[in-house]
Design a protein around this ligand. Sequence first.
Ligand SMILES: Cc1cc2nc3c(=O)[nH]c(=O)nc-3n(C[C@H](O)[C@H](O)[C@H](O)COP(=O)(O)O)c2cc1C
Length: 172
Amino acid sequence: MKVFIGYVSLSGNTEKMAIIMKNRLAAAGCKVYMERLDTVEVDTLKEYDLAFIGLYTWNKDEVPYEAKEFYEEIEQIHPPNVKVAYFGSGNLNDENPCAAIHILSEKMKERGFQVYDSILKVHQEPTIYDQVKKCEEFADHVLIWGRKKRKWRFLSLNGMLLFPKYDGSAYL
Ligand SMILES: Cc1cc2nc3c(=O)[nH]c(=O)nc-3n(C[C@H](O)[C@H](O)[C@H](O)COP(=O)(O)O)c2cc1C
């Protein structure tokens, strides 16, 4: 499975999460490509089966400036057939922690991207064992989700099979 990890990180905490997951996914046999989000275009996601997008949060009302172009491009392209999961470091004591991640992931959902149901959030630096494990387990769960095939069902009329119809769920 070809996996992309794109992130923005000012003080390195989100980047550390990305590295933990990169190592985990590579150990599971994935080909993993990791880049800073401000160096890629949304369209490049079409080259991958699965993508992890990571952001820090400094301002709850907007995505970090390094991710702004990426955010704007989401409006402009037809969603490629890639599954996307979100992660990031923030202040989990904040009343709305890691808000920037929600802004970007909601935008992708609105546009019809297949987005994983839960977001991985770590408080500041992922150093203690529990936080590292949380990142590894998230990578495992997303990988299982990413490997699931879309389900197709056939419409039938009087017992005759007609054309296949995708049932639309991203969480099969
Ligand atoms: C000026 C400033 C504002 C911040 N605002 C938020 C915030 O609104 N919500 C949040 O969850 N974390 C907030 N944080 C915490 C950072 O997101 C956190 O330190 C994170 O680990 C930074 O990630 P990075 O190391 O990948 O840059 C803020 C930190 C700073 C320094």
